[in-house]
Design a binder for this molecule. Structure first.
Ligand code: TYD
Length: 200
C-alpha cells in the first residue's frame, strides 16, 4: 500500500444506487487486503445533521446559506476523517463529495466551476470519481415506487434534471461514468473494472 491512501468518490443523482455499490466495492477491496473506510455526505456531524433536518423544507434557507452549510460540513469531513484516513494509507470510499455541491447547488444558481475551485483549495482531489448515471424519471421511480419514500425538495424531477445536466457536463479526467440503469451486479462489475485500473 502506498504511503498515501486512495480516495474514491461516488456521485450521481438520488436513487442511482450509490450506497449499494459502495458496500459491494468495500467488500471487494477488503477481500483483497485493502484497508477500506466508507463515509458519506451530508455527514453525521453537526452540520450534516442540520442539513438533513432541512431536507423537507429547503426553502427556509437562501441559496447562499445552503451552500455555506454543505461547505462547512465538507471542511469538517475533510479535516476529521478524509485526510487522516488517507494519511493512514486507507482506501476511502465516500458517498457524495464536492461534485454534488457543484451539481446540486449549481442547479440552484451558483457557478459550478467556482464551487469546484473553492473546494479544491482544501479538499483532496479524488483519485477516481464513480459517476452513476440514470435518467431523472428512473431516479424518481426508484425513490417513490421501489423505496416507497416521498420525494424531498432535492428529489423533484425538475430539480434532478437540472442536477443531472450539470453532472453530464463535467469533463475531468478522474471521472468514470457508469450506467446505473443496469443490474446491481453489472454496475458493480463496471466499477471494479475502473477501480482495478487505478490499483495496478
Ligand atoms: P443523500 O446522499 O441522498 O443522503 P441520504 O440518502 O443519506 O439521506 O444526500 C442528501 C441530499 O443532499 C441529496 O439530495 C443531495 C444533497 N446534497 C447537496 O445538495 N449538496 C451537497 O454538497 C451534498 C453532499 C449533497
Amino acid at each position: 500500500m502506498a504511503e498515501r491512501g486512495i480516495l474514491i468518490a461516488f456521485e450521481g443523482i438520488d436513487g442511482t444506487g450509490k450506497s449499494t455499490q459502495i458496500a459491494l466495492l468495500a467488500d471487494y477491496l477488503t477481500a483483497r487486503g485493502y484497508h477500506v473506510t466508507t463515509t458519506r455526505e451530508p455527514t453525521d456531524g453537526p452540520y450534516g445533521r442540520k442539513i438533513r433536518s432541512l431536507f423537507a423544507s429547503r426553502h427556509h434557507l437562501t441559496a447562499e446559506e445552503e451552500l455555506a452549510l454543505f461547505m462547512a460540513d465538507r471542511r469538517e469531513h475533510v479535516r476529521d476523517l478524509i485526510k487522516p484516513a488517507l494519511a493512514a494509507g486507507k482506501v476511502v470510499l465516500t458517498d457524495r463529495y464536492y461534485l454534488s455541491t457543484a451539481a446540486y447547488q449549481g442547479a440552484l444558481g451558483h457557478d459550478p466551476a467556482r464551487i469546484i475551485a473553492e473546494n479544491e483549495k482544501f479538499a483532496p482531489i479524488p483519485d477516481l470519481v464513480v459517476l452513476l448515471e440514470l435518467s431523472p424519471a428512473e431516479s424518481v421511480h426508484r425513490i417513490q415506487d421501489l423505496r416507497g419514500d416521498s420525494l424531498n425538495d432535492f428529489e423533484r424531477e425538475d430539480v434532478l434534471a437540472a442536477v443531472a445536466a450539470i453532472f453530464a457536463g463535467f469533463e475531468m479526467d478522474n471521472i468514470a461514468r457508469v450506467d446505473a440503469a443496469a443490474s446491481p451486479d453489472q454496475v458493480h462489475r463496471q466499477i471494479v473494472a475502473k477501480v482495478d485500473e487505478l490499483l495496478v
